[in-house]
Structures are given as C-alpha cells and as structure tokens.
Design a protein around this ligand. Sequence first.
Ligand SMILES: *Cc1c(COP(=O)(O)O)cnc(C)c1O
Length: 412
Amino acid sequence: MEVCALRPIDTQPAFMGGKPVREADRYLVFGRPAIGEEEIAEVVDTLRSGWIGTGPKVARFEAEFARYIGAEHAVAVSSCTAALHLAIQASGIGPGDEVITTPMTFCATLNAILHTGATPVLADCDPETGNLDPEQVAKRITKKTRAILPVHLAGRACDMEALRTIADEHGLALIEDCAHAIETKTEDGRHVGTHGQAGAFSFYVTKNLVTAEGGMLVTDDAEFAARVKVMALHGMSVDAWKRFGDDGYQHYDVVGAGFKFNMTDLQASLGLHQLAKIETGLVRREEIWRRYDEAFADLPLETPLPPEPGTRHARHLYTVLLERDRWMLSRDRFLTALHAEGIGSGVHYRAIPEHAFYRKQLHCRLGDFRVAEDIGRRTVSLPLSPALGDDDVEDVITAVRRIAAACSVVSG
Ligand SMILES: *Cc1c(COP(=O)(O)O)cnc(C)c1O
C-alpha cells in the first residue's frame, strides 16, 4: 500500500488549501431543477385565469400522469408523503397493524406509516442495490403484518416479482414509494407504482419531475382512488372545483376527518410541462451517468450497478460508495471536501436506525440493519440533473478526482 498525499500545491484540493474547482459565485447546487419557459408561461396563464387552486389543470395533470404511468387512476396531492399516508390509511391500515419497509429510505416513508398509527417494521436491504431484500421481508412477517412498502432507491426497481409473491402468499397490501422512480420500469415493461394497491410519487424540487412541492398517488382501483380523493380534501364528498364551478353551488357531506393534501393548479402548471419533458430528461441523465461511470472507474469508489436486465432505471441519484480502507478521510469529510470545491452533494441516506427517534420508536439498535447502516455511512450522491451542462459535469469529475488523488490509498 502506498499513500499518495504528495502532490504539487496547485492540484491540492480546496479543503487542503488549493484553488476550488468552482468559486463561490458559481457554486453547483445539488439537484438543480430544469425549469423552462413553457413552465413559466403556464404558471402565468394560471395566475391570469382567476383559478389558482385545485382545478382544471390538476385534473389534466392527473389524467396525463396516469396515462404516462399506465395506471387507471391518479390523484394529485401536496406531496409524496401525503400520497403514502393516504395510501396506507385507505388500505384500512392503522393502529395495531405492521407495515414492512426499508431502513435505506427518507424519513418521510417512516413518518407516513407512523401518522396512520401503524407500526413500521424494518427489513434490511440488499448490499448491491440498497433496495428492500425480499428474503429479509419474509423473515419479518407476523400475524400483524398488513402491507409491504418498498422504495425504489435512486430510481432502481425493487424485485417486485418476489415482493408480489410474498404479499400474495400472506394477503398483504403492496404500496410502492416511487419518489425516485417516475421513469422506472420492471422487466415486464410496467412502470413501478402499478404492482400493488398504490404507488406514491414525489415532485419535490430535487426530484425528476418538479412542481416545487407535490405528489401523486396512482392506483387501478376506482373505489380506492375515490376514497383517497375525498380524504385528501377535508373528507368532503364533493371537491371545491365542482362546488363552485359552472353547475352552481352544491352542498358537500363530510364523510371522515380528512386532510388538506390537495394540489393546486399553480403546481400542476409546472407538472404538465415537466411531464412532457421527462423522457428527454432521462436521456440526458443517462448521458451524465455514463460519463461519471467512465470517469470514476479507476477510483476507489463503488459506482452504481447497471440496471437489472430488462428493467429501466430512472437515474434519479448517482451514488458512489467510498470503498472501505481506501480513503484517508471519512465520508463526511469527503462531503466537506466537495463543498470546498464548490460542488454540492447529498447523502441518500443515513440508515433509519441512525436517528435516535426511530431507534426508540421502532425498538431497534444500531447494528440491527448492518447492510443499510454500512451503505449509509459510505454513500455520497453527486449532482445529476438535465439542467447540468457538460462543463458542470466535468467540474464534478475534476473535484472528485482531485480529492481522490490527495486522499485515497492506492493498493498494490
Ligand atoms: C422525497 C422522498 C419522499 C417524500 O417526498 P415529498 O414529496 O417531499 O413528500 C418520500 N420517500 C422518498 C424515498 C423520497 O426520496
């Protein structure tokens, strides 16, 4: 083993005193959205229309999204978290019930389960993909289990065939967290989100389709969709758009303690154009992905596996894992070093049990989910967005290579 710390000062990483790849005024933010003139014009059109709340553009966005995904119904809501919450609740799941999910996810997945009163049960993930491991899921099933909630991490499809089989065997609902996975398809050519009772999508600012805040629930079950729609707007049986529309005033009945989870036409204005561009965005994401794969091949980084044969990866996150014992700096210092170069990055995710709140709530300890914890301590997400130009991509590569040159350990 040889340590490569001696380099001429002009190629020193910025955190060691070198000149940053990008100065502060050109800082490359992680997850920059690609907003075009079409989105801006549509928002202006909505503002001028006099109807900025939930209205005709939301209805159009729902129809177009359902068609894109290949689902019978889509209900637009305020966030993916809201869609998950509604999907779990509308499946009749609540206090005393258990929902099996992954420790390698965003806190919202867990919070949505907790808000319904149900108990999240973690099953460890696959070390190669970071996705829920069906074998681990099978081991966590009890008499109280009511649903499996897989997350298609980074845009990679979970093994839905295996999860479907387990769900069917035990009579469990399957609810998919598709926050990263709008373009993702399984090997049968179907979009994720259509494999079980419902799929939940996110249109948060960093996601592949952006409405500032927003989400969508898809389902093939008409009655389920209707129930979700009612609960997403105060539990009122007739939505506001219809109540105050051209047909004159209509009374509503409240059928349950619903939520305020509706999407507005302002958000749908963005969504309509973002959806129209989603496939060209994916082509660009794939291009950047290949460039990163190429540029990092000789570094002590585990780059993402290729998508499973026949599946389609949404390329939401390009994550690298720092190889064990090959770096002289911690993952967190690596993030700091990137920041010093003027490059934003992310961590997706520290495993759920790293948070004291969930350890207490779920009665688990560090060490219980070793695969997720290990990934969570070594993972770094690099900027990946159709809004990145080639020069931005090269800057990310230069920054990573410069840090590796100064701070990695070459074996052999
Ligand atoms: C972003 C995200 C969510 C939450 O989405 P919101 O639209 O912000 O509520 C849920 N799950 C995962 C895996 C996410 O990345």
